[in-house]
Design a protein. Structure first.
Length: 369
């Protein structure tokens, strides 16, 4: 198969779809890999590094899309990239379609076969291609929150850890999955007072055991969310419903009643955000203020630590890339139900139920039958 790796063009996105070691594996499997010039420069990998493992360097994204059977990216294709897709071409990347009608329409019209990292599953019901970036985003959320709490950013001027004689910050984490757990690990390490809110009792039990009672684990109700959000210095939104738009658990009314200068980091913003006042921001301009509450809603947080993120992501995606390339997408999808769960759009049809429900498209479940 001919595999194409374009340079990411989203604002301040420095990751790359495949690192040289991954390219080498694909070449050893007999595939041809086209890499856009300078695609890896953001993670410290030069064109020469890719050439050394057998990649072919091409001069533009257009050349990559023209020659490749499968496009491997990190972030969703931007408008100019979507126009380069063709019928039957395979796209493998994070897509986050449920809150993004424009992208969904363009991918439908392209006739491409679009597999989303974030809805590929495993035998444990987990999301193995989302997990590494969830780990990164969860850990970064405390850095972002500390940044947003600084007085110069509009925050309360609070140090998360406090100091001797001064209380630490109250951190409330909504969602106890991979993002929430990693956020809690960082918050505990910084000596903050930490509360995790989740609706899954077994998850709460596991977190209680993991943190040995250092973290307060609370069952999620509207009353509990309101109570703890209003007492928080920092709220981290980590809610995930696979493939679907995130539910709005923190309302505008709660935001109005929060402490002046409190901060919110909405890690769920890729799926529309779980805070009613959230909207996507970029690393160029990461924060804004609503009702004296600082909002950090960067939609590609892991892009700021591009090298760590890319290598972590490639560790997870490489087996699936090779399976798609070795078998062809039809055989790969029909023999691997978990990879099939990643299929969001197939030649003009929406094949993910949550995306179809969110955007009002017909849901087609048997395109490969």
């Amino acid at each position: 198969m001919k595999i194409g790796i374009p340079k990411e063009i989203k604002v301040h996105e420095y990751r790359v779809g495949m690192v040289p070691a991954s390219v080498k594996e694909a070449v050893l499997h007999g595939h041809t890999v086209y890499v856009e010039t300078l695609a890896g420069v953001g993670i410290g990998c030069s064109d020469e590094d890719y050439i050394a493992v057998g990649a072919q360097i091409v001069s533009s994204a257009q050349a990559v899309f023209e020659q490749a059977d499968m496009i491997v990216k990190v972030k969703e294709p931007q408008s100019s990239e979507r126009m380069l897709l063709r019928k039957g071409q395979l796209l493998f990347a994070y897509l986050h379609l449920a809150p993004d009608r424009e992208q969904t329409e363009d991918l439908i019209n392209s006739g491409a076969v679009c597999i989303a990292y974030e809805t590929v599953t495993d035998d444990n019901g987990q999301l193995p291609l989302l997990a590494p970036m969830s780990e990164v985003a969860g850990r970064m959320s405390l850095q972002a929150g500390a940044f947003a709490l600084e007085k110069s950013r509009g925050g309360r001027g609070i140090l998360l850890a406090g100091v001797a004689g001064v209380a630490p910050a109250n951190v409330v984490i909504i969602g106890g999955g991979v993002v929430g757990m990693n956020a809690a690990q960082m918050a505990v390490g910084l000596r903050a007072n930490v509360v995790i809110i989740d609706r899954n009792l077994e998850v709460l039990r596991q977190l209680d055991r993991l943190f040995s009672g250092v973290v307060t684990c609370i069952y999620s109700t509207n009353d509990a969310i309101e109570k703890y959000v209003l007492a928080a210095d920092l709220v981290i939104g980590c809610v995930l419903v696979a493939g679907a738009k995130a539910p709005k658990l923190v309302t505008k009314e709660m935001i109005q009643r929060m402490k002046s200068g409190a901060a919110i980091v909405d890690v769920a913003i890729d799926q529309g955000g779980c805070i009613e006042t959230s909207h996507p921001t970029t690393h160029d301009n990461p924060t804004y203020i609503v009702d004296n509450v600082v909002h950090y809603c960067v939609a590609n947080m892991p892009g700021a630590v591009a090298r760590t993120s890319t290598f972590a992501l490639n560790n997870a995606t490489l087996p699936y890339i090779l399976q798609l390339a070795d078998l062809g997408y039809k055989t790969a999808l029909t023999t691997n139900k978990h990879l099939l769960n990643g299929l969001n759009i197939y030649q003009g049809q929406v094949t993910n139920y949550s995306v179809a429900q969110a955007l009002g498209y017909p849901y087609i479940s048997s395109v490969l039958a």
